[in-house]
Design a protein around this ligand. Structure first.
Ligand code: PMP
Length: 356
């Protein structure tokens, strides 16, 4: 009997590798382009004397910039240290009941980790065979719902009416829609916000605005929900976002032209890669994200989908190309390939053809 009886034991989330050196990194859905030049200016002009002081605990300037951009009021926006922090605060704030929180059986693998660390009961709801969302399965008793739309790692988007069905058939619980990848495709749930107090939408600057290293996420909700979130945040850590992040985030939102330019480049590269992968007989759903989740029936005699995926993952890595492989039931036959620059994707395709 030692102190360990009193330890909160958890199985942590495993983030993708961050290898050093010259590699082609297609494993964590980062943006292959640098952030807006305005972000660079904002960081360069940072007066380090300002770091003496605590940052604005309300993140007011960043919140106002985001609210203005989306035509919302400041009271509708919450910010945090990446959308992981925002989602974690959402779990802590809104999932305080006895019934299980529901999320799809294939989705962002952090949801069950937050549920476990906070002691929240949860249930995985099956996706259809084609990985699409069946809203009728979300009519069971529950303590809250989390839906990533577009979903990760599948890359598939649900129609707005599917999301609306889930939100309106569950007025007694909070429905969190994680829109980390929405800038690359799919329909945002934003138009539902006015009519549904039980909806919270979570976003990030990590993917489409190329700021994964800055850790900036945000949420939209009705004023009351945002107030509840802030009450919990101010009960854990008032100063979540640091001074450079607040400046960089504001600058990134301001530069809308640059955002559209890099987003469009990623989308057009993705469509080209889809065509190439189809020619190589890969199977995948219609990705609306900055990655493609693809399987292949195998190219060696007797090779299974999982055998193929595992082998290609390892061979790519040996050649300095990192993609993501999840050795888990239901998805162990797939590779998740983030979209890089055209040049990186040409090299990826060249090597892939060689090792298949
Ligand atoms: N949600 C989903 C669905 C994701 O894939 C990710 C990226 N791992 C996140 C949230 C978190 O992103 P970040 O914390 O960088 O905003």
């Amino acid at each position: 009997m030692g102190y360990e009886d009193n330890v909160r034991k958890v199985v942590p989330y495993t983030p993708g590798e961050q290898p050093g050196g010259r590699v082609i990194k297609l494993n964590t859905n980062e943006c292959p382009y640098p952030p807006s030049p305005r972000v660079q200016e904002a960081i360069r002009s940072l007066d380090t004397d300002a770091l003496r002081k605590y940052p604005d605990p309300l993140c007011s300037e960043l919140v106002s910039e985001i609210a203005g951009y989306y035509g919302l009021k400041d009271e509708n926006v919450f910010t945090g240290v990446g959308s992981d922090d925002v989602l974690s605060m959402c779990f802590l704030t809104f999932f305080n009941g006895r019934d299980p929180v529901l999320f799809p059986n294939i989705t962002y693998s952090f949801y069950d980790v937050w549920a476990s660390v906070y002691g929240i009961p949860f249930r995985r709801v099956p996706l259809r065979e084609d990985f699409s969302l069946d809203p009728s399965l979300y009519r069971q008793k529950n303590g809250g719902i989390v839906i990533a739309n577009p979903n990760a790692p599948t890359g598939i988007a649900a129609d707005l009416k599917v999301i609306e069905d889930i939100v309106s058939s569950n007025p007694g619980v909070m429905v969190i829609v994680d829109e980390a990848y929405i800038d690359f495709g799919g329909e945002t749930a934003l138009p539902l916000l006015d009519a549904h107090e039980n909806l919270l939408i979570v976003r990030t600057l990590s993917k489409s605005r190329a700021l994964a290293g800055m850790r900036i996420g945000y949420a939209f909700g009705q004023e009351k929900a945002i107030k509840y979130l802030n009450d919990v945040k101010f009960s854990v850590n008032s100063y979540t976002m640091n001074t450079p992040s607040l400046l960089a985030g504001k600058a990134a939102i301001e530069d809308d032209r640059y955002f559209r330019e890099i987003r469009d480049k990623v989308i057009s590269t993705r469509e080209w890669v889809k065509k190439e992968l189809r020619e190589l007989k890969f199977s995948f759903g219609d990705s609306c994200t900055n990655f493609i989740f693809a399987s292949h029936e195998g190219t060696h005699p007797g090779e299974t989908e999982a055998g193929f995926a595992k082998r290609i993952f390892a061979s790519l890595k040996e050649r300095g190309i990192y993609v993501r492989y999840f050795d888990k039931p239901l998805i162990d036959g797939y590779l998740r390939i983030s979209i890089g620059t055209d040049e990186e994707m040409r090299e990826f395709m060249r090597v892939l053809k060689e090792i298949m």
